[in-house]
Design a protein around this ligand. Sequence first.
Ligand SMILES: [Mg+2]
Length: 384
Amino acid sequence: MPVTIGRIEPIAVHLPLAQPLKRATGTTTTADNLLVRVEAGAVVGWGEAAAAPAMTGELLPGMVDAVRFVAPLLEGRSLDDIEGAVACMAQALYGNPGVKAAIEVALYDALGKVRGQPVHALLGGGRRDSIPVLRYIASGDTDTDIADAARLRADGCVAFKLKVGARQLREDIERTRAVCAVLGKTRTTAELGRSEVGRAAPGVLVCADANQGWTEANAIEYVRAVAATSQLDFLEQPVHGDDLAAMARVAAASPIAIGCDEGLRSARDLRDHQAIGAAAGASLKLGKLGGLLAAQRMALLCDSLGMKVNLACKIAEAGVGTAALLHLAAAIPSLQWGVALTSTYLRDDILVQPLQYANGHVQVPRGPGLGVEVDEARVRAFAA
Ligand SMILES: [Mg+2]
């Protein structure tokens, strides 16, 4: 008996962060996230997206309104036809990729629960059950960054992302070199032989993200100086996302692979970057691209274009958004540039049982749907 999509409810939550986040626009103490609760037959599905004014233009009250706008168009449709539901949203509502992602993830969670299958099986099957997690090195202080990197490496972490681009260039260069050194990613180590390093520390990945913070000249100075001593695996979005020509010139001058994030919103953007050599890889986020199907298509396109894939949550998504990204991470063909998760930035998660982290890896949930149980009482307590 086919199950139809029932009531779709938007829930705006303010989840306290473990520590205040300092940004150019001020200090943030909560993650403002949209949760979507979908009823379908006897099951309930959940989706999540962070408000992302600087990335997608979406603010929480508008996200709630957008869910209320599309909900009547989806309610009563067959739950089996998620592609149809996604097409219906695309036709009725321009933009709002975070809203569309949260609704689509909730539908996948519900469909997986109805069929008794995990979401990665609905996406074509899991290829990996344990995902290496990229840990942020972004304290804002060089000595703390070095200490954090050493502590995380000792704890078994294998993937690291430095935030750069917000301070003096010289300071960013020295900090990157120092963090690479403490993680064994010096040129000397590399030249001695990756296989030897590989046995001791299988594939430690270190990257940096400038979040469009540099001029072309700054970016070129950084990559040349860092590459002279260190083995940085890639640098993300050194210059403005709209300036593909500058990205291409940086990439051409850079011994380090360049990735795109802010400059990537559509398949056309990805093809444009690849065509002029502006990026060797891409950072994919569900809330930026509009959901699991869109991000999976983008990952497949990356693969066919010979580009590397990084997956990332927006700061700071809780366990629902995290689980969704893990199912995608399990299903896509290649994942060379790691997975950045952000629920560890939250003081509390909204799950009954936390996700399982060990040795720098997180387990892909195995249960039906997203494979996580939402603590609805806690959700209601954090509701706006
Ligand atoms: Mg980024």
